[in-house]
Ligand binder design. Structure first.
Ligand code: ZN
Length: 309
């Protein structure tokens, strides 16, 4: 198992231009590049004539104009949201105000959102996001030329949905699986146990392509989903090794595993380590003094048995 997954990051991007990436599917990349968004957020237009927009992207006038130009003479029936992170959903209401369409998403969840998640707080999450219509796992979105099946895939975010384009074996994966990097699982927004279950679910499917929220097309979806799972198992082992070596706090584990990262990304790394620790605690492998958190102290429950599956 290796630390790095092989992604094709040599993707050329023409911001604001609608590019046909699959039959019935056009993609427009928003100009919001960054350490979490790669080159920007992908907005997908599904269908012709009557169009479903998947992830309108950030609130960005140029991106909105690009969507308007690409759909000129067409009607937007749905604005589908993979999850309520601002780089995916903030453009929903401005798009609706200009071009119409019903905003459809999973909707509010029980989990704590936004505030209380240092580094991944309300700058990333819109805890007040409310769609016009809530949909759950198993729902179907239909247009004249397309049918999308809805999969609830919590993990990266509690409200995360993937959309399967029927007849094309194509899955819109949002941030559940991305085309350029591993996805961030940052508690309390992220939940590692749910993420792994949602990943395993993808292995039972027979998609031939993933269209992610960031990065290019994934043409070997099963392989990438498996690599994501392997990466997490490997990361968990490296954290257990840290604990065995007596590095029992999140900062010490982060310093050991992510020495060279800049401060901004270290915060995400710390939350990601916490996500793994929470998962290990829930399985009785690791114990903590008091509540699990960034300041907690962690140890292996039964030293010597941590290599058990
Ligand atoms: Zn996200």
């Amino acid at each position: 198992m290796s630390a790095e997954l092989a992604f094709n990051r040599n993707v050329d991007v023409d911001y604001g231009v609608a590019e046909e990436v699959a039959p019935q599917v056009r993609r427009i990349v928003a100009n919001n590049p960054g350490p979490y968004t790669f080159l920007g957020t992908n907005t997908y237009l599904v269908g012709r004539g009557q169009v479903a927009v998947i992830d309108p992207g950030p609130k960005n006038d140029r991106h909105l104009s690009a969507i308007a130009a690409a759909t000129k003479g067409e009607r937007i029936s749905h604005i589908l949201i993979t999850h309520s992170h601002r780089d995916h959903c903030d453009g929903a209401r401005p798009l609706q105000a200009q071009l119409g369409g019903e905003v459809v998403a999973y909707g509010p969840t029980e989990s704590r959102r936004g505030a209380g998640a240092p580094g991944l707080g309300e700058a990333f999450v819109d805890p007040a996001f409310m769609p016009d219509r809530k949909i759950a796992d198993g729902a179907t979105i239909k247009g004249p030329g397309f049918t999308l099946d809805v999969l609830h895939t919590p993990g990266h975010a509690p409200d995360h949905l993937c959309f399967a384009l029927l007849g094309q074996r194509t899955l819109f994966t949002g941030d559940h699986v991305m085309g350029w990097n591993t996805t961030v699982i940052a508690p309390p927004e992220g939940n590692m146990a749910n993420f792994l279950t949602s990943l395993e679910r993808l292995l039972t499917r027979h998609d031939k392509m993933f269209l992610p929220g960031h990065g290019g097309r994934i043409q070997t979806p099963q392989r990438v989903a498996k690599a994501y799972l392997m990466h997490r198992r490997w990361r968990e082992q490296t954290i257990l090794t840290c604990l065995e070596e007596g590095r029992g706090s999140v900062p010490r584990i982060v310093a050991r595993l992510y020495g060279g990262l800049d401060a901004d990304l270290k915060q995400a790394a710390a939350l990601s380590v916490l996500g793994h620790l929470e998962h290990l605690i829930s399985r009785g492998v690791v114990a903590t003094e008091g509540a699990a958190g960034l300041e907690g102290l962690y140890s292996i429950c039964h030293p010597g048995s941590s290599r058990a599956p």
